[in-house]
Design a protein around this ligand. Sequence first.
Ligand SMILES: [Zn+2]
Length: 91
Amino acid sequence: MEMPTPCSECKEVVELNDLRESNFTKQMLCYDCYSTDSELYDLVEEAKDIQRDLEGYADHMKGNRGLWRAKLNLLRKQINELGEDADDLLL
Ligand SMILES: [Zn+2]
């Protein structure tokens, strides 16, 4: 059954079957918004992993902590560029 439904993010009306649930919220997103949402989710997960390892003084970072910190800052910058606040998402 056809059921036109607006995307929660951009309000574009698409078929209900084409909407997918956000990785962060229960919002239903169109294809484009979901792509951005997924990209953001991957960045946040990667940043969280690095942050956790830095805080835990993970062995594999020994001698390279500066590089990992730079990588983390880069990820945070990418998150902010996607329009989200890295400080909120990484807590
Ligand atoms: Zn959308």
